[in-house]
Design a protein around this ligand. Structure first.
Ligand SMILES: Cc1ncc(COP(=O)(O)O)c(C=O)c1O
Length: 372
C-alpha cells in the first residue's frame, strides 16, 4: 500500500507553474553567462532582493532597504547565520516557543545552546510567561542571547500571535535589552482572519533580525530565503557567511518568474492550499472523533492535533504507517523532546483525495490503537 504522507511541510505540486517557470528559465539563461561563471557574493541577486523588499513593503507598509537584505540558500541558513552572529559558543541561552520548528531546535541543540521554552496557547507564545521567565533569568544573572519567535502561523501549532502580544513581546525584549529574531517563514501563506503586523514593523530596535523564505510561497526546492538586518547587525551576520553567496541560477529564474506576478502567484497558491486545509480539517474532525482536538489554522501548512490521553503518538504512528498514512510526532517539535499527546499533519503536498483517504486511515488507526 502506498503511504500517504502528512509528515513534512512541503508545498503543493499541483499549483507549481512548471511551464511558466521553464519559460522564465529560457528567458534569463542567455544573460547569465558571466553571473554563472563567477561567485555570487554575500548579498545575492539584486533583483530578487528588490522584489522581496517590495514584498515586505506590500505586506507591512515598511520600506526595507534591499542593501539591508541578504539572500540565503533557504531560511534555515538565515537561522544559522543569525544564531552564529549572536551566540558566542559559551553560556548561550535562547528563549523560544516550547514547541517550535524542528530545524531550529536541532541547530540549537547541536550548537550546545540552552533553550528556555515558553508555553503556547491558541494565540501563540504566552507573553505573560515570557515576562516572568525573563525576570527569573535576570535575577539569576543569566541573559539570553536573543528571543526567537514564530509569531505568524507558528510551526507546528499554526497559531497567530495577536497585535497586543506582539507589542508586549517587543516591549519586554527592549526592557531586558535582548534582540529578537523573528522567523516569518509562513507569513504569506494566509487563508483567513486578521494579519497583525510583523514584529519588525512594530519596533525600530536596530538589532532586530527578520527572516523570511520563498520555500512556502513558491517551492522549497529552489532553496531561497533571506535575512533583513540593519548595520552593524548586518555586518555581524555577514561575517559568518562562508559559502560565497546564494544560488544564482535559482535566484535569477525565480526572480524572472515572480517579478510581475508575486501576489497573484501567492493568491493562486493560497486558494489551492485553503481547499486542502479545509479537506484536512473536515476529514480529521469526521474520522478522529470528538475526543481529539483539531486546529483550523488561519495560515501555514499544518494542522496540530491533540490526541486523547490514552493514545500514545508513537504507537499510533506505527499502526498508521502499517495502514498507509504518516504524520509527525509532536515530541519532535518540543525543545526537550517532551512526549505530549500531539501530532502534526502537513497538508500542502498531498492531493485532496489523498487528504480524505489519509484522514480516514488515521481515524481507523486511532480506533485500532484504542481497541487493542
Ligand atoms: C518556521 C520555519 N523556519 C524556517 C524553515 C526553513 O525553511 P527553508 O530553509 O526552506 O526556507 C522552516 C521549514 O519548514 C520553518 O518551518
Amino acid at each position: 500500500m502506498d503511504i500517504i504522507s502528512f509528515a513534512t511541510g512541503n508545498t503543493n505540486p499541483e499549483s507549481f507553474p512548471t511551464e511558466a517557470f521553464g519559460d522564465a528559465a529560457k528567458r534569463v539563461i542567455s544573460d547569465l553567462t558571466v553571473a554563472l561563471n563567477t561567485y555570487p557574493g554575500n548579498m545575492g541577486h539584486p533583483g530578487l532582493r528588490e522584489l522581496m523588499a517590495q514584498r515586505e513593503f506590500d505586506r507591512e507598509g515598511v520600506r526595507v532597504d534591499p542593501e539591508h537584505m541578504l539572500i540565503t540558500n533557504g531560511s534555515m541558513q538565515s537561522i544559522m547565520l543569525a544564531t552564529e552572529a549572536l551566540c558566542t559558543g559559551t553560556d548561550d541561552i535562547v528563549v523560544l516557543e516550547e514547541y517550535c520548528y524542528v530545524g531550529t531546535i536541532s541547530a540549537y541543540r547541536t550548537s550546545g545552546i540552552e533553550m528556555v521554552g515558553i508555553p503556547l496557547d491558541e494565540h501563540g507564545m504566552k507573553v505573560d510567561v515570557l515576562a516572568g521567565t525573563l525576570e527569573r533569568l535576570a535575577d539569576e544573572g543569566r541573559k539570553p542571547r536573543f528571543i526567537y519567535t514564530l509569531a505568524t502561523y507558528q510551526n507546528p501549532t499554526g497559531t497567530m500571535m495577536p497585535r497586543d502580544r506582539r507589542e508586549k513581546l517587543v516591549e519586554l525584549a527592549a526592557k531586558h535589552d535582548i534582540p529578537v529574531i523573528e522567523d516569518n517563514c509562513y507569513g504569506d501563506v494566509h487563508y483567513d482572519g486578521e494579519k497583525p503586523p510583523a514584529l519588525y514593523a512594530l519596533d525600530d530596535d536596530p538589532r532586530q533580525i527578520y527572516i523570511c523564505s520563498l520555500s512556502k510561497i513558491f517551492a522549497p526546492g529552489v532553496r531561497l530565503g533571506y535575512v533583513i538586518a540593519k548595520p552593524p547587525m548586518l555586518e555581524r551576520i555577514l561575517a559568518h557567511r562562508m559559502d560565497a553567496g546564494p544560488n544564482t541560477l535559482a535566484s535569477a529564474i525565480t526572480h524572472e518568474y515572480l517579478k510581475d506576478r508575486l501576489w497573484s502567484h501567492i493568491e493562486t497558491a493560497n486558494d489551492a492550499l485553503k481547499t486542502k486545509r479545509d479537506a484536512m480539517v473536515d476529514g480529521l474532525r469526521r474520522h478522529l472523533g470528538n475526543e481529539c482536538t483539531v486546529t483550523n489554522p488561519p495560515g501555514g501548512l499544518f494542522v496540530w492535533v491533540r490526541l486523547p490521553d490514552d493514545a500514545d503518538p508513537a504507537a499510533l504512528k506505527e499502526i498508521a504507517n502499517r495502514n498507509g498514512v504518516d504524520f509527525a510526532h509532536g515530541s519532535g517539535f518540543h525543545i526537550h523532546n517532551n512526549a505530549g499527546p500531539y501530532i502534526r499533519l502537513a497538508f500542502g503536498f498531498p492531493s485532496v483525495d489523498q487528504i480524505q483517504e489519509g484522514s480516514k486511515r488515521l481515524g481507523n488507526s486511532l480506533r485500532e490503537l484504542r481497541e487493542a
